[in-house]
Design a protein. Structure first.
Length: 256
């Protein structure tokens, strides 16, 4: 009897702990997206002075891929998606070993590799924004995205002035890279008739590009009408079956 009386509190305590653990597991599952999001949030606000060093695109080391020679008639300028998921900084270093490994083993073979068969591939490294910068409209996030674009723009300028050699070119980009490519199209292609004359097409994946941008922000560029159309933009965004059809457009960052 005494033994039973002593065991009862232990059993109740074990049941309470089990219930608490189960409840915590349910909460973690229900709020897993928020937990993942805030694990990537940098602990400090964006500070330009503490940003990683800017790449020098005249240096070949600032490029993840360069052709050994212009053996093909056209070039492909590729801007890769997010490879930096850390929470320590708003912008990645271009020499981070984990980011480089992810880029070399996953992104370049799967996303850029197919285009290497048809064009000379140019892939700049850039201080891309932390993944969290695309989950909030906070000023630090906006500044991180702008810093990343500054690198992409500097690389594209070097590409046009020193590496392209007047050949026709395409812009290919995915995810974060596609966001930066939209602004490249605006600032370097749409506004420059000589550059536009060499522009073959753009392939922008995993980004929602509102159609009305082609009436103003991206004018005179236009969406491609078919697979043979040139001087135009292809863009698409995948979504899960049954998901809200307006979510990609309403939640996607778009340059002002």
């Amino acid at each position: 009897m005494i033994t039973t009386w002593l065991r009862r509190p232990l059993v109740l305590s074990a049941l309470a702990l089990f219930a608490l653990a189960a409840f915590s597991a349910v909460l973690a599952f229900l709020f897993r997206d928020n937990l993942s999001r805030y694990s990537m949030k940098p602990s400090r606000e964006f500070d330009q002075a503490s940003a990683p060093p800017a790449p020098n695109y005249r240096d070949d080391a600032a490029w993840a891929r360069l052709p050994s020679g212009p053996h093909k008639a056209a070039d492909v300028f590729f801007v890769y998606p997010i490879v930096y998921f850390g929470g320590n900084r708003w912008n990645a270093r271009i020499d981070d070993p984990e980011d480089r490994a992810r880029l070399e083993t996953e992104i370049l073979p799967l996303y850029a590799g197919p285009f290497a068969d048809t064009g000379n591939l140019f892939v700049p490294r850039y201080r891309q924004a932390n993944a969290y910068a695309f989950m909030t409209s906070a000023m630090s996030a906006q500044n991180a995205r702008r810093l990343a674009f500054e690198d992409v723009a500097a690389a594209f300028k070097d590409f046009l002035e020193n590496r392209n050699g007047g050949r026709p070119f395409a812009i290919v980009a995915h995810g974060q890279g596609a966001l930066h490519a939209v602004r490249l199209l605006r600032e370097f292609v749409a506004n420059d008739e000589a550059v536009r004359a060499r522009f073959v097409t753009a392939y922008l994946s995993e980004i929602a590009v509102p159609a009305d941008l082609f009436d103003g922000y991206l004018k005179p560029l236009r969406p491609c009408g078919d697979s043979y159309d040139l001087g135009c933009v292809n863009a698409w965004h995948t979504t899960a079956q049954g998901a809200r059809s307006d979510l990609p457009q309403n939640s996607a960052p778009v340059w002002n």
